[in-house]
Write a protein that binds this ligand. Structure first.
Ligand SMILES: Cc1ncc(COP(=O)(O)O)c(C=O)c1O
Length: 426
């Protein structure tokens, strides 16, 4: 939804002192625009509410939501951690000057070469997915004669109310091992016990994404504390850390449930404190909730096509290449005419892009006011999983990314036609 630094001046939307139309014409559309003050105030909420006097708390930003060197610097300056899902993510972070010891490296199928890269870089924690990966990691550490600290990913079987494709914690999930498979968990801890290179600091779980119901997080915290303490005493192995993953929801539509982030975070802390588990470090990994609702995408409208069949299409100059989420999992967005805010929103349209796919939809069955050619169309809450999932399908050029506070910061330039040729041999 609308970020709090967006306001209406002369019937047009502006972010801080910058009219969206002028950003669109200066940097071209599509354009990803981030309200930096909005992001920083979200980070403040995390820093204020996710604290404990009993253990250290670590905020791990889930970089899969949006990764860019400019933002790595903001995270680094505020001493946040970052999660990485590939050595590509790690590479971008390190090239940006991000502290390797604050990188948490994930992935259900890491290659030996990638594990070796991560160990050599000195990433803070490797989150091991399965026993095969653990054994390969041990061999790599032996070869390099280097020690590494890990977390082990488990699956607590908690069902969060969210879309199926972004649930990662059902019993048949591809991520981690089930907490109910105690024989396997004991075997894994035995492997850790009998080698000097790889240490198990604790477990990691992530129950899904875009969850607005606090109960799922509290349940996950309870289950994971109990599980950690059981395994620790069953295997006589100290487990001093716990990572509860991310998944905190945001509002995409007016009717989406409100999310009381502050309360959710305090409830997680209270649950872990009350569990009696003696911890040194508690991690969470928010992605979407840090950047999602402070990002928006600007497009230029060209034409409203009214079809014979009765459906209306608003054509914009972007689409599934800059926002794949509607096609991928029916994500819904709020759209507004930034060039003309007032006026009855009485035209039902599908806002569609320019790709050669009928699934190339930015917003389905949405209502908009009278749109004129070249109006600036804004889609709210596109800060997470849009830029990071963007593609060059149909040889579309990737949009620029700007962060706006009192100034405008170009975080990534718009692609040019010549960029399309950079990997090809002629
Ligand atoms: C392991 C892990 N941690 C954190 C996240 C971040 O989730 P979100 O952006 O919903 O907070 C994800 C998202 O898929 C994830 O897989």
């Amino acid at each position: 939804m609308k970020t709090k630094n967006l306001n209406v001046v002369n019937n047009k939307l502006q972010l801080g002192k910058y009219p969206l139309e002028s950003l669109a014409s200066k940097y071209g559309t599509p354009l990803y625009v981030y309200d930096q003050l909005g992001i920083e105030s979200k980070m403040d909420i995390f820093e204020d509410a996710f604290r404990s006097s009993k253990f250290k708390t670590c905020l791990v930003y889930a970089s899969k939501a949006f990764l860019a060197p400019y933002f790595c610097n903001i995270l680094n300056n505020r001493s946040w951690y970052q999660d990485a899902t590939s050595i590509g993510d790690i590479y971008v972070m390190l090239e940006s000057g991000f502290d390797a010891s604050r990188i948490v490296y994930h992935g259900n199928n890491k290659k030996d070469s990638e594990l070796e890269f991560a160990v050599k870089c000195g990433v803070g924690r490797i989150v091991v997915d399965n026993i095969n990966e653990l054994n390969r990691l041990i061999k790599i550490c032996q070869k390099l004669n280097q020690k590494v600290d890990t977390l082990f990913r488990v699956n607590p079987g908690i069902e969060a109310h969210t879309h199926y494709y972004i649930q990662t914690s059902l019993l048949s999930s591809k991520f981690g091992e089930s907490i109910f498979d105690l024989d396997l968990i004991k075997k894994i801890v035995e492997v850790y016990k009998h080698n000097e290179y790889v240490s198990l600091k604790g477990f990691h779980s992530h129950i899904g994404s875009q969850i607005s119901d606090e109960k799922s997080f509290v349940e996950n915290a309870k289950v994971m504390c109990e599980f950690t303490s059981n395994v620790s005493s069953l295997c006589n192995y100290p487990l001093t850390e716990l990572n509860l993953g991310g998944g905190f929801g945001i509002k995409y539509l007016e009717n989406d449930p409100d999310v009381n982030l502050k309360h959710m975070l305090s409830s997680i802390i209270e649950t872990v404190e009350a569990s009696g588990l003696s911890l040194e470090k508690l991690y969470i990994e928010p992605g979407r909730s840090v950047v999602g609702d402070s990002g928006l995408t600007l497009y230029t409208a060209s034409y409203v096509k009214k079809t014979y069949g009765g459906k209306n299409y608003l054509f914009v100059d972007g689409g599934m290449t800059d926002n794949i989420r509607p096609a991928l999992y029916n994500a819904a967005y709020t759209v507004e005419n930034a060039s003309n805010v007032s006026g009855e929103k009485d035209l039902k349209v599908d806002v569609v892009g320019r790709c050669c796919e009928s699934g190339d939809i930015v917003a389905k069955d949405t209502y908009i006011n009278d749109v004129k050619e070249n109006d600036c169309i804004v889609v709210y809450s596109t800060g997470a999983y849009c830029h990071s999932m963007s593609s060059n399908y149909n040889s579309m050029l990737k949009p620029a990314v700007i962060f706006v506070d009192d100034d405008i910061h170009v975080v990534s330039r718009r692609e040019e036609l010549s960029d399309l040729m950079k990997l090809y041999e002629k």
